[in-house]
Ligand binder design. Sequence first.
Ligand code: FAD
Length: 456
Amino acid sequence: TRAVVLFTSDLRLHDHPPLRAALAAADEVVPLFVRDPGVRAAGFDAPNRSAFLADCLADLDASLRRRGGRLIVRSGPVAREVGAVAAECDATEVHMAAAVTGYGHRREERLRGRLDAHGVALHVHDAVITAVEPGRVTPSGSDHYAVFTPYFRRWSAEPLREVCPAPRTVRVPDGVRGEPLPSRDALSGLSPGLPAGGEKAGRERFSRWVRSGMPAYEERHDDLADDATSRLSPFLHFGALSATELVRRARAHGGPGAEAFVRQLCWRDFHHQVLAARPEASTRDYRTRHDRWRGEAEAAEDIAAWREGRTGYPVVDAAMRQLRHEGWMHNRARLLVASFLTKTLYVDWRIGARHFLGLLVDGDVVNNQLNWQWAAGTGTDTRPHRVLNPVVQGRRFDPRGAYVRRWVPELRDVEDRFVHEPWRLPEDRRARLDYPEPLIGLSEGLARFAHARGRD
Ligand code: FAD
């Protein structure tokens, strides 16, 4: 007997329930990845993520080859390609991770229709992409949690499934057609500091993190210059690491660092369950409707300055330059630049979210759009009117200015006390700096925000 395993956002061999179930049910298995033109059409194939994806696929193929198998890659509509592969190898069943997005659900339905028509069974497996699948825990009277803390309490009490080991051997039937793996080398426009992807790199990073990063995570995670977060987000995005395994291993390790890390992983599941219940929140305001944002035409110059890291607010500019250089940005910095764009420049959060998705190696609709909504005050933040002041935040989370100096070399020689407010330097020194004046006064920005929200 034969089965197909369709890999989507779960590009790994460790802790992979669909693969495990397929291997238990069939003698031969086709590990399949389909390059979906829908992803390209929706503009989600940004170069940085395509490069990381290419690494993940190469690594998955190498791991399968070590076990006697290989990865089959095809391009085309997913239902059509999976149906064709199942027919070519006479498979009686297809296994895949349960979808966790609206797009994924539509794809799953189309696939089910196609396979049903040919008498092939589709098995979808929960808790492959998230630790707790959307919809498993709900408050009474609603289909999802809109506030994080009560969700976290319930989520923490949920039993997690067992972690399954990577298979020892994978036998793939002969004669299944595949295409060459996509290559990172064929891509242009990549961020120069982009990390390498793949399950192997992810597992090594996680093991190092548990030993040397996680113990101090609680105290240090907000320190911008320290760079003390795990940087596991791209591996989680592509499923090169399993969220279930990470939660279990962190809990087994224990301590305040592990607890804080698990709490962040819960945010990921939290956003998944919000978007699964409210798919329209990827483009529309989730809670507080807000119609008066400034758009591209009205705020073109401010938006360009923000994108390019020349707003005149050092910590904002440092963060935006880090994003361009690494395809990644520290969480505290993401909050800051998102708050600045929406609540100080008063620009539509969708414009910022789009820019992030064009560069972030971990960029995904679920976490990106909902974090943007959180920062813009339209989403799940219970204090939607809070505004992060970039000077105060800079002093607090980058007290020596090391993060700013790393990314904004124009300010390298500025003393600590001026580094977040270079406009306070003596006139002659200020004039010699090749660094812009602030785009807008903070009080002016805040007044505009308050006014637009009808609060003054
Ligand atoms: P760590 O601090 O080590 O956290 C561990 C893991 O927990 C992360 O890898 C991530 O999977 C998860 N996590 C942490 N914080 C959050 C959060 N707030 N929401 C959801 N999951 C979280 N994260 C993405 O994965 N993709 C995105 O597109 C994305 N866009 C964002 C946009 C904005 C405006 C903001 C404020 C946050 C965004 N985040 C996004 C969340 C967060 O910034 C990143 O997950 C985190 O910075 C990744 O770095 P890390 O792996 O070192 O995180």
